[in-house]
Ligand binder design. Structure first.
Ligand SMILES: [Zn+2]
Ligand SMILES: [Zn+2]
Length: 507
């Protein structure tokens, strides 16, 4: 009797055909017919290490999004849509995945995979403009004294024009040029490096590198604010955060429209972000202990530690100030040129890799970086605050400094827990979901099938647990998906051939 195909062989076959190798199984219940079937939903990860086919698809989608927005020549119209079925499904799916992740974390299991799924879902939901409204993630703003406000840097300020488009230039022959920018911003030096590793690791400022990575996304926000203020129009951008060889995050940014290089440099130099957190220079000698009524207290003195809000009220200087490094690359790019294509490929080059991947020869550097991150507070709720004598926000029993589970501390994230792709709201006039929809519509049209919206309430989706007797082994499911894809490809080819011969006859 033939041996059943091993899982890894089935995976290889699936990869060859662009089929997701870690699908999630759902039971789709059709409320019109009462029938139900099991459907494999692609994992949708952006990380090649988890699922190469999904990562590749995501990268291509991002490239399409980048291309469509960069040299837009008409003002985008943003109309908030009612959540579609897909969006609603995404949010429900996210809730399920979050529950599963929390369950795994409570049992001290590795949650890296589920974290990646959640990231992917967050990015999509965010793109669909649903954050806040559906997920209800309101952020409360604290009133700071005037002293603590982020100072506006000393930069020229133009009057704001109500446009997102850059200026154009007309050549004498009547041709219109639409120049745009490609900007790369890096963090400062923490010590000399060779091939990505510090020459003198003991002199390398790991603490600063760790703090800069933790707050990098805030610095990028400030840069965009300053950019818009100086440019005098609602500048749009598509940016990616990628790892440098020395393991610090850096930013590639496609900007619609153009500004003088000197101004961009001036903005980068003047941009900074202050972190108004309690000081973290002196750790306590003893690990705080939990008291049911009082919260955390210092076991040596019996004193109750200040709560997060109390500690914030006592701050008189920022815990950290972050700025960009001197190295700023600025390139002018014209729409539709080979140059523009190359930049788009470059922008998305590392999107499928995590920040701490491909460590050849830099393991020691990476270990030191992770060690430096271990006791840095990553957020107001980080258990590491206990080490510095402050109760974390929402303090609860069982918190222990140096054991924060947030992804910022993990080797694959190296302090940067934010989104890897940052797209401004009026970039391509479309959400990522709409870009996806474009592709779906194209395929359905090619297949000669109607692209009708389904009744939003028609299907009910229920996640299926591994081990469910109705669920076939993963190798069977993968090969079934491959077979489906092959069928579908053959059908497309067939149609193409028929179309070709039809146009041939007409000509
Ligand atoms: Zn996948
Ligand atoms: Zn943390």
């Amino acid at each position: 009797m033939a041996q059943p195909l091993a899982r890894d062989v089935a995976e290889e076959v699936a990869k060859l055909h662009g089929v997701c190798i870690r699908p999630f199984a759902f039971r789709q219940i059709d409320t019109h017919t009462g029938k139900s079937k099991i459907v494999d939903v692609p994992c949708g990860t952006t990380m090649e290490a988890k699922c190469p086919p999904c990562a590749k698809r995501n990268r291509q989608l991002r490239m399409a999004q980048c291309r469509e927005g960069w040299h837009l020549d008409q003002e985008p119209v943003i109309t908030p849509d009612e959540p579609t079925e897909e969006q609603r499904w995404l949010v429900e799916f996210r809730a399920d995945m979050q529950a599963r992740r929390d369950g795994a974390a409570a049992e001290d299991q590795d949650t890296a995979d589920l974290d990646a799924v959640l990231d992917g879902l967050d990015a999509e939901i965010n793109q669909a403009g649903m954050r806040g409204s559906v997920l209800g993630r309101a952020t409360s703003k604290r009133n700071r004294s005037t002293k603590r406000r982020q100072d506006a840097p000393d930069l020229p300020k133009r009057k704001m024009a109500n446009t997102t488009l850059g200026r154009t230039f007309d050549a004498p022959d009547g041709k219109t040029f639409r120049p745009s920018l490609f900007v790369t911003l890096t963090l400062p030096s923490y010590g000399k490096v060779r091939d990505g590793s510090p020459i003198d690791p003991d002199a390398y400022d790991y603490r600063r590198a760790a703090r800069d990575a933790l707050h990098f996304s805030k610095l990028v926000d400030r840069f965009v604010q300053n950019l818009r203020r100086v440019a005098g129009y609602d500048i749009q951008y598509f940016a990616t955060v990628e790892p440098q060889k020395r393991l610090a995050p850096h930013l590639h940014m496609a900007i619609r429209g153009t500004l003088p290089r000197a101004e961009i440099k001036q903005i980068a130099a003047a941009t900074y972000h202050q972190v108004w957190w309690p000081p973290t220079d002196e750790p306590l000698d003893h690990t705080p202990v939990w008291d049911e009524t009082a919260g955390y207290l210092n076991p040596a003195t019996g004193e109750v530690l200040p709560t997060w809000d109390e500690a914030l009220d006592q701050i008189d200087e920022p815990q950290h100030v972050i700025r960009f490094g001197d190295q700023v690359d600025i390139k002018g790019v014209l729409s539709g040129t080979h140059d523009a294509d190359q930049c788009i490929r470059y922008l998305s080059k590392y999107l499928t890799k995590s920040l701490g991947e491909d460590l050849a020869g830099r393991q020691d550097h990476s270990d030191r970086f992770v060690e430096a991150l271990r006791y840095e507070p990553c957020s107001p709720t980080c258990p590491n605050w206990l080490r510095y004598g402050v109760q974390p926000k929402n303090a609860k029993q069982g918190m222990s400094p140096g054991r924060c589970r947030s992804k910022a501390h993990k080797p694959e994230h190296l302090g940067y827990a934010g989104r890897r792709v940052l797209v401004s709201r009026k970039w391509s006039n479309k959400t990522l979901t709409e870009h996806k929809q474009d592709r779906r519509t194209w395929v359905l049209q090619a297949l000669g099938q109607p692209d009708e919206p389904t009744d939003p309430g028609r299907y009910i989706w229920r996640p299926i647990k591994t081990g469910d007797p109705d669920l076939d082994p993963i190798r069977v499911r993968l090969l079934r998906s491959v077979a489906k894809r092959l069928q579908w490809r053959a059908h497309l080819r067939d149609l193409e051939a028929r179309n070709l011969s039809a146009t041939g006859e007409a000509a």
